[in-house]
Design a protein. Structure first.
Length: 284
């Protein structure tokens, strides 16, 4: 795979948890900015962003997405990855429109999956549309895989519609969602075996699967995603303090594995991110 360090992504908010149930969940722009700063300091290189409105409900408002992307670019070096998954209730048109905010990167889930009592719907034609729009707009996708069949769909997508912008294929295994692949080392090894040969991968385990998945991912040469989108408890009977605590633990595990957390600049090179920060674009 060529990269010696560990890419640490923080997914700080998600669409499912209520602010009332997790007071340190970042939902306002100020909270997101503070989270980005603290998580960069702790070792994150990518921030996977879900937006919340003034009442802390999930939103895909494009104007607000632009504001958040700009603010995060101005206040951190993190790669800004917007979620196109949104919430299970979001219509496809709104999920596609997120790309109009021109983030550095965006998630692209490679198939439908049962999602607890709900269904996270990702039709083939929708994946193709997302992929093509990201190619046109020079946005780097992170291919999210919730189940083994999604790895097969990813290969079909690349075979039929070509490589992503930047040329590098990076996947994120989201494991332990009720209805998706379990958060076990065996499932991780099976999923990794199905990835395109040159792909890199991160993995995240939902809830109690967080640590087993992180350890298995490192052992298999992969990267880490952590954050309150996926995990609200740090240990049994011990709620997460904040997102930075989870990033600190991920960075410590990466150190133990002798593949320390990548700086954002190293992660930009690895993923093929286009430079969009005003002070950096255009060179000197
Ligand atoms: N909130 C989930 C239904 C993504 O961000 O792209 C979907 C999700 C995936 O979180
Ligand atoms: Zn997400």
């Amino acid at each position: 795979m060529g990269v010696r360090g560990t890419l640490v992504t923080v997914a700080p908010t998600g669409a499912e948890t209520a602010k009332a149930d997790a007071p340190s969940l970042p939902v306002t722009l100020d909270e997101l900015i503070d989270t980005a700063r603290a998580c960069q300091q702790a070792g994150a290189a990518v921030i996977h962003v879900h937006l919340r409105d003034a009442l802390a409900r999930p939103t895909l408002d494009v104007g607000y997405a632009r504001e958040v992307v700009t603010a995060l670019r101005e206040t951190s070096d993190l790669i800004v990855q917007l979620s196109t998954g949104g919430a299970v209730t979001d219509p496809e048109a709104d999920r596609l429109a997120v790309l109009d905010a021109t983030p550095d990167a965006a998630s692209l889930t490679c198939g439908t999956v049962n999602f607890g009592d709900d269904v996270f719907l990702n039709r083939w034609a929708f994946l193709v549309e997302l992929h093509q729009r990201m190619q046109e707009r020079e946005i780097v996708p992170e291919f999210e895989l919730f189940d083994l069949g999604h790895a097969a769909a990813l290969r079909r997508l690349l075979d039929k519609h070509g490589p992503p912008y930047g040329g590098h294929v990076h996947c994120d295994l989201v494991m332990g969602v009720p209805g998706g692949m379990p958060g076990t080392a065996a499932a991780l090894v099976a999923a990794v075996a199905m990835l395109p040969p040159e792909a890199t991968f991160s993995a995240t385990g939902v809830g109690r699967a967080a640590l087993p998945v992180a350890l298995a991912a490192l052992a298999a040469g992969g990267h880490l995603r952590v954050g309150m989108e996926d995990t609200l408890s740090y240990a049994p009977e011990r709620p997460v303090r904040d997102n930075a605590q989870l990033v600190e633990r991920a960075a410590a595990l990466a150190d133990l594995a002798q593949r320390p957390a990548l700086a954002p600049s190293e992660a930009r090179d690895m993923l093929g991110i286009k430079e969009r920060r005003p002070a950096m674009a255009g060179g000197c």
